[in-house]
Write a protein that binds this ligand. Structure first.
Ligand code: HEM
Length: 250
């Protein structure tokens, strides 16, 4: 008698879970990078010299005794690659055709569920960043020596980068805030034993962080615009820190 046919179960693939983990990790790293980035950019709120010190620090000036702008280019290339990986992984989740867009819109309309709406916000802000972030990253990578108080201010004002930065700032802060909130929910990092309290506290932390970095970003951008406006007649002149300026001849 022939042996009964065994119904082999389909092999379970670990790939979807691995890709999800990679998406979470790359998102977390980018969000942490953005917090540091906004703090470093805000050095202009302290003084022009402080912004100069931060810019030269990343060029290794205080370690090697001279500025090596290519160090910044290498770092920007790494961040750009991380962003590209994150975006590629996120593309898997985007609705692919008109029918899928209609389905998600109808679902969101029917359920009126806040977190589903946040997912749509995440898709929209992520999509906007596909176009906005590369402009900034390309400039930072190819002209790293043009980062400094006057140099950045001239780019922001005379180079007319401020509209790009204004939109990018809102996109990145909303995307990052919502992303971290969804990450914490997904992996169960709730700041309370009770799920309802945990979600409420997480949502509060999300809005607080987004508001803080938006205000810091707007203040820094405002400072660069003001400096760029007053420096416009001399646009292109590099900044020299106060302690290296030549004494005026008597
Ligand atoms: C290693 C990579 C990066 C470097 C070295 C860098 C550097 C800078 C610098 C020096 C500024 C001041 C303005 C200027 O000089 O043009 C700036 C502003 C800004 N950057 Fe980046 N950046 C990097 C990555 C990113 C990424 C990945 C994003 C978002 C996707 C981003 C978003 C912004 C925004 C929104 C502003 C305006 C800041 C404000 O409103 O205060 N940057 N960045």
């Amino acid at each position: 008698m022939p042996a009964p046919a065994t119904h082999a179960l389909p092999r379970v693939s670990h790939w979807p879970a691995m890709l999800d983990l990679a998406q979470s990790l790359s998102g977390l790293l980018l969000a942490l990078f953005m917090w540091f980035h906004m703090c470093f950019v805000s050095a202009i709120l302290l003084s022009e010299d402080a912004a100069w010190i931060v810019a030269r620090f990343f060029e290794g000036y205080f370690v090697f005794g001279r500025a090596l702008p290519w160090l910044v280019s290498v770092f920007v290339a790494l961040i750009s690659s991380l962003l590209a990986v994150h975006a590629l992984l996120a593309l898997r989740k985007f609705p692919a055709d008109w029918a899928q867009y209609r389905a998600i819109a109808a679902h969101s309309d029917r359920t009126r569920h806040g977190d589903t709406l946040l997912w749509l916000v995440q898709v929209a802000t992520g999509f906007a960043m596909f176009f906005l972030a590369p402009v900034h990253l390309y400039t930072m990578m190819t002209r790293p020596e043009l980062i400094g108080p006057f140099e950045s201010a001239d780019r922001v004002w005379s180079g007319f980068y401020w509209p790009l930065y204004l939109i990018l700032l809102f996109m990145v802060e909303i995307h990052g805030g919502v992303g971290l909130y969804r990450l914490a929910l997904k992996w169960g990092w709730l700041p309370a034993r009770n799920t309802r309290d945990g979600r409420r506290r997480l949502a509060l932390a999300k809005w607080a962080l987004t508001a803080f970095f938006l205000i810091l970003g707007l203040a820094s951008l405002g400072a660069y615009m003001k400096l760029g406006h007053s420096h416009a007649p001399l646009a292109g002149e590099p900044y020299v820190p106060s302690w290296l300026r030549a004494e005026p001849a008597r």
